[in-house]
Design a protein around this ligand. Structure first.
Ligand code: BDP
Length: 317
């Protein structure tokens, strides 16, 4: 009888060890409830279900695992398995993806999604392999606009201002083209930087402006929509290469399903975030966008390396 018990315990130990899920670390700078976070969690649940619990995705929110630049580095090295980041901080790692930071590149949201899901978007996702990553999918991040301590209503108002930007050379140049100074830093530093006057403002989409509570320190929001920089979901390539063909399909399918979910949440958040910041006292201004477009036109001569990609993007119907 005793032998039987020892045997049973050993068997269950082996079973538990065998069935213990492989835990994958995923990172996002946003918090619970934000569209990208909820979408990654949904992707994780789908993967867990479809692999019968073999993989479990743990999402570390609020930038717990570091700034996006650090998270990209760690995902390349394999210390983090999955990174949900903006494509902007990928530019120092792979310059062609910097094209997404070109101002007024997309005609509208529909054009943006046509490009992301068309040959240009697919190729740039695939190119992530060159830096040790697999690009699983893009998420919506809407359009970015300026928010500042003093009102900005036309491009000239930005002259001399220090504006926080993502870690991306094109964004710094874009601020320069507007007569402002681009100051790169991680999103976690922005609130205090604005509050203490290190910068005069920043730029982001309405959901981030609201979620990071930046409207409290920079209450003037000018909806110029200068860029549409997508979010991206990346996975470490060495890990990916070890997956079976079936598992790869499951991961990819789960990612694609999560895109639909993120976009649904995104649309709700875009609207509700603007309402919420207005309610909280932010002044939302709709400027003459063509003045901003004109002011940044020189950016297109400054980056000849993107010419071909830009032509393809513009030709996308
Ligand atoms: C938000 C993106 C987030 C970026 C942040 C930023 O969702 O990934 O880190 O902007 O400006 O829109 O740093």
């Amino acid at each position: 009888m005793r032998k039987f018990f020892v045997f049973a315990i050993l068997v269950s130990f082996v079973l538990v060890t065998f069935c213990a899920p492989i835990v994958l670390k995923a990172s996002d700078v946003h918090n619970e409830g934000y569209p990208t976070v909820e979408a990654i969690k949904m992707m994780g649940k789908t993967i867990e279900l479809m692999t019968n619990g073999k993989y479990k995705i743990e999402v570390y929110v609020g930038g717990q695992l570091g700034s996006e630049k650090e998270v990209i580095e760690q995902t390349i090295m394999g210390a983090i398995h999955i990174a949900r980041v903006s494509v902007a901080p990928l530019q120092p790692f792979y310059d062609p993806i910097g094209v997404y930071a070109m101002p007024y590149l997309f005609r509208d949201a529909e054009h943006y999604w046509k490009v992301l899901e068309g040959p240009v978007g697919e190729q740039l996702l695939k190119d992530m392999e060159k830096i040790g990553l697999i690009g699983l999918c893009y998420y919506d991040a809407g359009a970015r606009s300026f928010y500042t301590k003093k009102p900005v209503q036309k491009p000239e108002d930005l002259k001399g201002m220090k504006i926080r930007v993502q870690q991306n050379a094109i964004m710094i140049a874009l601020m320069g083209a507007l007569g402002a100074t681009g100051v790169p830093m991680g999103p976690e530093e922005i609130y205090t930087a604005i509050q203490t006057g290190i910068v005069d403002g920043a730029e982001n989409n309405p959901p981030s402006y609201y979620e990071f509570r930046h409207f409290e320190v920079a209450p003037y929001y000018c909806l110029d929509g200068h860029t549409r920089i997508p979010e991206i979901v990346l996975i470490n390539k060495a890990f990916w290469d070890k997956l079976t063909a079936e598992e790869k399909l499951i991961f990819k399918t789960a990612a694609i399903a999560s895109v639909q979910y993120e976009r649904l949440l995104w649309n709700q958040w875009e609207e509700s975030a603007l309402e919420a910041v207005k309610k909280a006292g932010a002044q939302v201004f709709v400027p003459d966008v063509s003045a901003f477009q004109k002011a940044v036109q020189s950016m297109y001569d400054k980056y000849p390396q993107y010419k071909e990609l830009i032509q393809k993007i513009q030709a996308t119907k």
